[in-house]
Write a protein that binds this ligand. Structure first.
Ligand code: MTE
Ligand code: MO
Length: 354
């Protein structure tokens, strides 16, 4: 327990609705849909695919209204993309910001299939003055005293990237209801909040997007007095390891036998490819380079492994990734009001038996 106190029933409701990816699922290159983390701010909305349409309007020459069949008959692209919630690691901060209390599992790497967004925007003909694009979901709720449809804005140049997808499939199947059926946006490299689910309207804007989820939510604020802060955007470099051996039921300490243990994990970043992962078996006192797996698709996580000679006694396993921009994970997190982008190194307690 920390200064924020015990988990409240309201937080427990959020935590049980929005499940994490169990860390043993790091073993799968593609995360099965049921093991992929889930984050739904309000309720999963009811959508009738027969009458559902996607509207593309606002500052465009030709507003578009598309059915699911219209979208499915357009060019089809699939890509593995690592999604991570900006709040991943939040509950490890002290004091714990009160929101979805993630430990470390708010991540997954699914294969998303859909049609690229940019050609559709081009067909709609954005005005010369277009600066942002708003993406609205069919879900509705109240947040920070503002009643709203979940909506996120994205700068025009990001929206026109060639790797953004309007996805209607996850791992080769129609999107499950909880992951955005019938259509969601996928913004590779950005924290998950930008990948709007249950998408039903795309608004091209000739003035900056001023919706709640950009202007008030998802801001990096060092203190409560810092009301504006800076926007939370791309995914900060992170690695996770698949806890080795077996757990106890309570508390979840790991148990392994002495000898060679192959520790495996994944690493990813929204700022470029992973160039290094280091491993420590002593809480970060000493580090050694892990072996990197094959170079993955541009926004998919990269596998790594380390052959650990486990000696009897208690150990604290850590991993630390570095990306091509030179960014590396901090050993200790830096606290912020919303508990965003905590990419401090993971620490896994292991008891090694002789
Ligand atoms: N419409 C809508 N889109 C949404 C959300 C939401 O609550 N409503 N949650 C966002 C957040 S915060 C995250 S982290 C990702 C989670 O995607 P997933 O549940 O498919 O893993 O969806 C994003 N898209
Ligand atoms: Mo999120």
């Amino acid at each position: 327990m920390n200064e924020a106190g015990a988990i409240t029933p309201a937080e427990l409701d959020l935590a049980s609705r929005n499940h994490a990816m169990p860390l043993e699922a790091l073993r799968y290159d593609l995360t099965p849909a049921g093991l992929h983390y889930l984050l739904v701010h309000y309720d999963i909305p009811e959508v009738d695919p027969a009458t559902w349409r996607l509207e593309i309007d606002g500052a465009v020459g030709t507003p578009l209204s598309l059915s699911l069949d219209d979208l499915r008959s357009r060019p089809r692209v699939s890509a593995p993309v690592t999604l991570e919630c900006a709040g991943n690691g939040r509950a490890l901060l002290d004091p714990r910001p009160i929101s979805q209390p993630w430990l470390l599992g708010a991540v997954g790497n699914a294969a998303w299939t859909g049609t690229p967004l940019a050609p559709l925007l081009r067909e709609a003909g954005p005005s010369e003055a277009a600066v942002d694009v708003g993406f609205a979901g069919a879900d509705h709720g109240l947040e920070g005293d503002v009643e709203q449809d979940y909506e996120r804005g994205l700068p025009m140049d990001e929206a026109m990237r060639d790797d953004l997808l309007l996805a209607y499939e996850m791992n080769g199947h129609p999107l499950p209801p909880q992951h955005g059926f019938p259509l969601r946006l996928i913004v590779p490299g950005w924290y998950g909040m930008t990948s709007v689910k249950w998408l039903r309207r795309i608004r091209v804007l000739d003035s900056p997007f001023d919706g709640y989820q950009n202007v008030r939510g998802y801001r990096m604020r060092a203190t409560e007095d810092d009301v504006v802060g800076s926007p939370v955007e791309r995914i900060h470099v992170r690695s996770l390891l698949l806890p080795p051996g077996y757990p106890s039921f309570q508390p979840r300490v790991r148990h392994v036998s002495a000898g060679r243990v192959t520790v495996r994990g994944r690493a990813w970043s929204g700022y470029g490819p992973i160039v290094r992962v280091a491993f420590s078996a002593d809480g970060g006192a000493g580090w050694a380079d892990a072996e990197l797996g094959p170079e993955p698709a541009p926004h998919a996580w990269r596998a790594w492994s380390f052959a650990w000679d486990a000696e009897p006694g208690p150990h604290e396993l850590c991993c630390r990734a570095t990306d091509a921009s030179g960014a590396t994970q901090p050993l200790q997190p830096e606290w912020n009001v919303g508990g965003y982008a905590n990419n401090a190194v993971q620490r896994v307690q292991v008891e090694v038996a002789p």
